[in-house]
Design a binder for this molecule. Structure first.
Ligand SMILES: *Cc1c(COP(=O)(O)O)cnc(C)c1O
Length: 493
């Protein structure tokens, strides 16, 4: 197999491969255009936009042409509810091979006892994880007690009791404003309705996770499920400590590594920082730092394997076989030695970006980073996160606003901007480019001022960028992007 990720970008690694990808995409777009030309146009326009924007969104990346092409296949047309070798439809032998290979790559890559690769997204993976925990800890013992093989055999009365038991369990997860995810018990999400939920936050002074506080919260609340993992925390987590806390209170530890799975796959996070040997269940997306297709997967210990495999019918219907195939391709890529270099560069580049901000007197949540995320507190520029996000976008820099711990501006306006390095690292950016990005961001934000509202107070939403700043930033980022083109050999006809 071609080693795709050592070079600045995969397509440049192999001219012949670029030529073939160019032919494949051009032909595919022609076929699509013959039915609905506006979709072919939107697809071409998206490639142009992706190529021309400074993508610093921490959850996004660029998958390889091999991964992307795998998804446009007739594997999409097959129904395959069930598990490998045990389907509710006939003729699933090819889906069986695809799913078995994706699961094998996932187990080998992450050193997991079991992998379930059907979830369609990160949220689906978490739902499968939560229901598997409830099935393992509530349903299975109840069925044994009642001498029933499955829930369909229960009387109305026993079933009613069991239903209430499901809804009566407790979950402890990281709060949204400290960097947790909405599936970790946020009330508007179903996870906040399935469980009685409490959150642990970070230390208001340092912004860091305080394991003693997590332990104290666990002792008091006694959750059945302890969730670790984050979307906006710029530091590593000690999962061995999290497991100790879970064990002390009899909780199941579920780690959601959706954001940092690439750093686990690339062995940047090892030992106590690798969730897989410590967690009962580890869930992830496959499209963020892992650089695969849009999807999810669940890793589990043998103990939880049978419950996890009931993802369908618990939560899911038919698997997306074409996406499972693309997961297998992406996981094969991630097993190559070059993926380790890529993962290390993600972390090194985040340091360069953080140092670039700090050397220009900008303030960072936790004072820095040791993963792929940098969280800039923009209040020092006199701006809300919303103003900063929009001003940066006007200047061609794509980020997203994010709360900072105990955010005075709330979850809508916020005081932070989240940056991530996986995507631009895929393009080939290194230390100098990320230092330049920090310079450009600081230049835009120092030249942006909030507008004044009718009452004379500074607006939280509108702002003015000094003349010429957006244009000079766009020109400077175009220069960077031209140096590291996306899919360099790929030309559409
Ligand atoms: C992105 C993310 C998810 C959700 O993934 P989707 O594929 O968008 O459903 C779940 N958990 C965490 C921690 C995430 O960052």
């Amino acid at each position: 197999m071609t080693d795709v990720s050592t070079a600045a970008s995969y397509v440049s690694a192999d001219d012949d491969m670029s030529a073939r990808a160019s032919t494949a995409y051009s032909a595919a777009l022609d076929v699509i255009a013959s039915v609905e030309p506006r979709i072919a146009d939107a697809s071409r326009a998206e490639l142009a936009d992706q190529r021309a924007s400074l993508k610093l969104i921490a959850s996004e990346n660029y998958a390889s042409p091999a991964v992307l092409l795998t998804m446009s296949s007739w594997l999409s047309d097959k129904y395959a509810e069930g598990t490998i070798g045990h389907r509710f439809y006939a003729g699933c032998q090819n889906v069986d091979s695809v799913e078995a290979l994706a699961a094998e790559h996932a187990r080998e890559l992450f050193g997991a006892e079991h992998a379930y690769v059907q979830p369609h997204s990160g949220i689906d993976a978490n739902l499968v994880g939560f229901w598997a925990i409830l099935a393992h800890r509530i349903e299975t013992p109840a069925l044994e007690r009642l001498g029933a093989k499955n829930v369909n055999e229960l009387s109305e009365e026993d079933w009613e009791k069991l239903r209430h038991e499901f809804g009566d369990q407790r979950m402890l997860g990281m709060s949204l404003d400290a960097g947790g995810h909405l599936t970790h018990g946020f009330r508007p999400n179903i996870s906040g309705k399935m469980f009685h939920q409490r959150s642990y936050g970070t230390d208001p002074g340092t912004g860091l996770l305080d394991y003693d506080r997590v332990a104290a919260a666990a002792r008091e609340f006694r959750p059945m499920v302890l969730v670790a993992g984050y979307s906006a925390y710029p530091r590593r987590v000690n999962f061995a400590k999290m497991r100790e806390i879970a064990d002390e209170v009899g909780a199941t530890l579920m780690v959601d590594m959706a954001h940092f799975a690439g750093l686990v796959a690339g062995k940047v996070f090892t030992g106590d920082e690798d969730p897989v040997p410590h967690a009962h269940l580890t869930t992830t997306t496959t499209h963020k730092s892992l650089r695969g297709p849009r999807g999810g997967l669940v890793l589990a210990t043998e103990e939880y394997a049978a419950s996890v495999d009931r993802g369908c019918p618990m939560v899911l219907g038919g698997p997306l076989s074409h996406v499972m195939a693309a997961k297998a391709v992406a996981l094969a890529e991630a097993r190559q030695p070059s993926f380790r270099e890529y993962a290390q560069r993600i972390a090194d580049n985040a340091k360069s970006l953080a140092d670039g901000f700090l050397s220009r007197d900008a303030e960072l949540v936790t004072g820095g980073t040791d993963n792929h995320i940098v969280l800039l507190d923009v209040s020092g520029f006199g701006l809300t996160g919303r103003q900063a996000e929009s001003a940066l976008l006007d200047a061609g820099v794509v980020t997203n606003r994010n709360s900072v711990p105990a955010d005075p501006n709330g979850a809508w306006y916020t005081s932070g901007i989240r940056f991530g390095t996986p995507a631009l690292t895929t393009r080939g950016f290194g230390h100098d480019e990320f230092d330049r990005v920090a310079e450009l961001v600081v230049d835009v934000l120092s030249n942006t001022t909030p507008n004044t509202t009718k009452s004379g107070a500074p607006s939280k939403a509108t702002y003015t960028i000094a003349d010429g700043v957006a244009d000079r930033t766009k020109a400077a980022s175009a220069e960077l992007l031209d140096k590291y083109p996306l899919y360099p050999g790929l030309t559409l006809t």
